[in-house]
Design a protein around this ligand. Sequence first.
Ligand SMILES: [Zn+2]
Length: 146
Amino acid sequence: MKIAERLGIQIVESGFDPGVSGLIVRKDGKVFLGVNETDAAVRKRFTIAHELGHFTLHMGKTLPLGKPIFVDNVAARDQSSSRGLIPEEIEANKFAAELLMPHSFISRDVSKADPRKLVEDLADKYDVSQTAMTLRLTNLGYHLST
Ligand SMILES: [Zn+2]
């Protein structure tokens, strides 16, 4: 993703354990962002955005500010965070959602979309999973008919 490159972050695709979606680590003055190579493209995109959230919000610019590493497994990110257990994960998810699905763009597109396939169309357009788009729309206060 271009934003990561501009921040000087190197993205590495790697074969993590199946439960690990991504990580971000600072080492020798450089920042490496790892994504699980076996994940689907939309999932990788969300992972990168989520890790950028940790970088921006939680890692600080220089040592010793912030944590030097975040490792995300699917359970911690998707389940604990949605149950409100880990504040940093909630923040990183919010950051990712706003980065990939900006509120103002979503508002504009929802008003023009076909309500019968709203989630499908918007997920396609924003290149995110339907799960991520459903969560985003719900969090923004839209009531989805299923
Ligand atoms: Zn995380």
